[in-house]
Design a protein around this ligand. Structure first.
Ligand code: ADE
Length: 290
């Protein structure tokens, strides 16, 4: 069940990276419900096959394509073959991404680069290719899925930095591509959106329960609630919104959703100094150099 008009996206084509699992799968499902034809892209063929089987067993409204968004030639082929088969790309949802939890102290350059290449460079490649091959001449709408990294993202610094990059890229493209009829926005799911894929990524379910206490909504969020925000931004209802980022977090970013517990320590003592007044009180105070 969707809250939107069931023919909202009839006749439209959407390309959703990472569309087979977690939040991406909920987005795919919502788009299908609203009449859209959807192409999901992922590196993993088995995930794609399973998603098609579950979401659209006859396969007519849902296509699956293997693509590593880090590879420019694969991204090109994905867009070429989508346009050859379906003739248009109205919507691009850049949801494909990945990271591993780690403090920066234990990250190496290879791990850092892998996460930045997937989340930032992969999104850049997808936007650029869809724009070059279709949206430059036909317009369209792009939604980039980022994360609630606005106050830093301890234990996930690589993806926080990459997603902040996507947030800023989105604003630049909203200006550069407006004259071509392209709108582009971000959706930032809070860390409190629960999906089995996210839980597997953290390797720990309890992290979600710990954070729940500080969320004004007093509950975890669902991938479907992220999908609603994405479909709103893709829809004509958002026709005057571009370069914006919509948080879907139950108000958690306003208050205190703490994923990372700061250990007790005394390593940042206050700076202590004592002021000694001059012995002769009539003495002129030194003039500030500023
Ligand atoms: N999802 C996570 N990593 C991905 C990648 N490199 N390509 C496509 N989808 C992905």
């Amino acid at each position: 069940m969707s809250i939107f008009n069931p023919v909202l996206f009839k006749g439209k084509v959407a390309l959703v990276t990472g569309g087979a699992t977690g939040i991406g799968r909920a987005i795919t499902q919502e788009l299908l419900t609203l009449g859209c034809t959807v192409v999901i892209a992922s590196r993993k063929e088995d995930r794609l096959r399973e998603a098609v089987q579950e979401l659209c067993p006859n396969g007519s409204q849902l296509r699956a394509k293997v693509c590593n968004i880090r590879k420019e030639d694969q991204v090109k082929n994905l867009v070429v073959s989508t346009l050859r088969e379906l003739g248009r790309i109205d919507h691009l949802v850049n949801n494909g991404g990945g990271q591993f939890p780690s403090p920066v102290a234990h990250m190496n350059l290879k791990g850092w680069n892998a996460v930045v290449e997937t989340n930032l460079t992969g999104t850049f490649l997808m936007c650029k290719e869809v724009y070059d091959q279709w949206m430059k001449d036909n317009g369209g709408v792009i939604v980039n899925i980022i994360a609630d990294m606005f106050r830093g993202l301890p234990m996930m610094a690589h993806t926080g930095a990459a997603r902040a990059g996507v947030d800023n890229l989105t604003k630049s493209l909203a200006v550069e591509w407006a004259a071509d009829g392209v709108r582009i926005n971000c959706v930032a799911p809070g860390s409190s959106i629960y999906s089995p894929t996210a839980a597997a990524n953290y390797g720990d379910d309890s992290i979600f329960e710990r954070g729940r206490a500080g969320i004004p909504a007093k509950r975890l969020g669902t991938p479907q609630e992220v999908a609603s925000a994405v479909c709103f931004l893709l829809s004509p209802g958002a026709s005057y919104i571009s370069g914006e980022t919509l948080k879907v977090d139950g108000g958690g970013s306003l208050y205190s959703y703490l994923m990372f517990e700061i250990p007790e320590h005394k390593k940042l003592p206050a700076y202590t100094w004592t002021y000694k007044p001059p012995e002769d009180d009539d003495e002129e105070p030194p003039k500030s150099k500023l």
